[in-house]
Design a protein around this ligand. Structure first.
Ligand SMILES: [Cu+2]
Length: 124
């Protein structure tokens, strides 16, 4: 009987998890860098007010991008496939050099919908 009763709970938990993942991919205003056009000529992104600004930037390969954490007592991090800023932090900076062209979406694991994107083009 226990097994029979547990199954719906597990299903519900999985459904909720899926919903959260899908919600994180939404293109709500202000939230994400997934949909906005990338800004060129910028190599520093600021984490403030629970968002990355600019949310999307475009740089040539070989560029070092710096994230500055400036949100007072609110900690943020930068996590992507291939690199991470480590523990969420309230101040200081994190830098990553992009050697290969491609699109690199990233997110803050602390805040749903706090996402950004770095578009790396072939070096000049
Ligand atoms: Cu955050």
């Amino acid at each position: 009987m226990i097994g029979v009763r547990r199954l719906p709970l597990l299903t519900a938990a999985l459904a909720l998890g899926t919903a959260l993942v899908l919600a994180g991919c939404g293109g709500d205003e202000g939230g994400g860098g997934a949909d906005v056009a990338p800004v060129t000529g910028v190599t520093q992104v600021t984490a403030k007010d629970n968002r990355f600004s600019p949310a999307a930037i475009q740089v040539p390969a070989g560029t070092t991008v710096t994230w500055a954490f400036k949100d007072g007592f609110v900690p943020h991090d930068v996590v992507a496939d291939g690199f991470t800023s480590g523990e969420p932090r309230r101040k200081g900076t994190f830098a990553h050099t992009f050697d290969r062209p491609g699109t690199y979406p990233y997110r803050c694991t602390v805040h749903d919908g706090m996402t950004g994107r770095v578009v790396v083009t072939a070096a000049g």
